[in-house]
Design a protein around this ligand. Structure first.
Ligand SMILES: Cc1ncc(COP(=O)(O)O)c(C=O)c1O
Length: 372
């Protein structure tokens, strides 16, 4: 058997080890493994299981549907979700023991109305990202409303949290400003008579570089998958890329000098050359903006992308090197076989490593190493 045509190999041993290494960065805090968006493309159920094996205290997801999928996959531990529009299925979340986030008074009211069992709720404060969370004068109102709902026996407040805007730039004054705003928000909560429970602020970059932001729990996503949150970020922790993306060449052919390659003929062969066809394209989440820029590795050598990346396929130019249909082209991985990294692809595509792995679609088969 030759194996899948297009495959993302997920190394769960590397994932568990990354989580151990990240936990060691924040020894006094609990660890939340963020597995939203299909575990950043790595496969949520398998990564969730491996995260628990590695000792993750919490799993974090954006939506209630993702949290419910974790329950359906058999996870029974602490799960927090944080992104719900009005009308979200809070009742379903609460019935399944999923902890929900209230980002404002109206949302807390919805949670209270949906709460037959006592809902476990964490309060989110906007400390400067200007995304979700209670902002400005809504913050004192949210803890006040939570005090009342808790006294009425409808909810139990289990935590307070916020999210950083510039954690991948450790020298940005925004970090200090947000941390101070967070501390003030926690104090206001206490002054309202509410025990804050778990206080958390740090994502991967802050976990790696900013001890003062760790509080009671750190929420790690991208670094757990072995990708630096920002190529310029420096840290001492060892992280191994978890995903290797590869495909088997669908075709190899010799073409004449001056041949135009792929749509729009953005690439012409300079001399007679050997072209290979990689069976993945933007329909699979391969970034089209990496056309004519990225490289893959075949048998340990780098081969450039030639021409525009199409919906299902793209072409690579071997020159005079030997190649045949069925050969494995590795787009990115930990580098063991000379392949580029997801960060390299991100640079070629003008995006971030997060997007390179997370956008990979359903036609790419995930296969797992290190399953226990
Ligand atoms: C609320 C929240 N916390 C934590 C994370 C994890 O961030 P990172 O992947 O940078 O570690 C995310 C992801 O964007 C998030 O939305």
């Amino acid at each position: 058997m030759a194996g899948p045509q297009a495959e993302a190999v997920i190394d769960l041993d590397a994932y568990r080890q990354n989580l151990h290494n990240l936990a060691a960065c924040a020894p006094d805090a609990q660890l939340m493994a963020v597995v939203k968006a299909n575990a950043y493309g790595h496969g949520m159920a398998a990564c969730a299981r491996a995260a628990r094996e590695a000792g993750a205290d919490w799993l974090g997801v954006a939506t209630i549907a993702e949290a419910r999928a974790l329950r359906e996959a058999g996870d029974t531990g602490d799960v927090l979700c944080w992104l719900g529009s009005p009308g979200a299925d809070f009742a379903g979340a609460i019935d399944h023991g999923i902890q929900v986030t209230a980002s404002g008074v109206a949302q807390l009211d919805e949670i209270v109305a949906a709460s037959s069992a006592k809902a476990k709720v964490q309060l989110k404060v906007d400390t400067g990202l200007s995304r979700n969370g209670a902002y400005g004068q809504e913050w004192p109102r949210l803890p006040d409303a939570a005090v009342a709902a808790q006294a009425a026996g409808k909810i139990a407040v289990t935590g307070v949290w916020s999210h950083l805007a510039c954690a991948d730039e450790p020298d940005s004054p925004a970090n200090e400003m947000q941390e101070r705003a967070f501390r003030d928000a926690v104090s206001a909560m206490e002054a309202a008579g509410l025990e804050p429970g778990l206080r958390h602020l740090a994502n991967s970059a802050a976990t790696l570089t900013r001890h003062s932001s760790h509080f009671d729990l750190v929420r790690v996503g991208i670094a757990s998958y072995g990708i630096n949150p920002d190529p310029a970020l420096r840290y001492k922790t060892e992280l191994t890329p978890v995903m290797t993306l590869r495909g088997r060449l669908a075709a190899v052919k010799r073409v004449a000098a001056g041949s135009g390659v792929s749509y729009g003929h953005t690439y012409f062969t300079e001399r007679e050359t050997t072209l290979g066809l990689v069976p993945m394209g933007y329909g699979d989440g391969i970034a089209r903006t990496a056309s004519d820029k990225a490289q893959v590795a075949v048998a340990g050598r780098r081969v450039p992308v030639a021409g525009i990346i199409c919906m299902d396929q793209f072409v690579i130019d071997f020159g005079d090197a030997e190649a045949k249909a069925g050969d494995v082209a590795t787009l990115f991985g930990p580098g063991a076989d000379g392949e580029p990294s997801a960060a390299d692809w991100a640079e070629s595509a003008g995006t971030i490593g997060y997007e390179i792995v997370t956008r990979l679609g359903g036609r790419i088969e995930r296969t797992y190493r290190g399953v226990r």
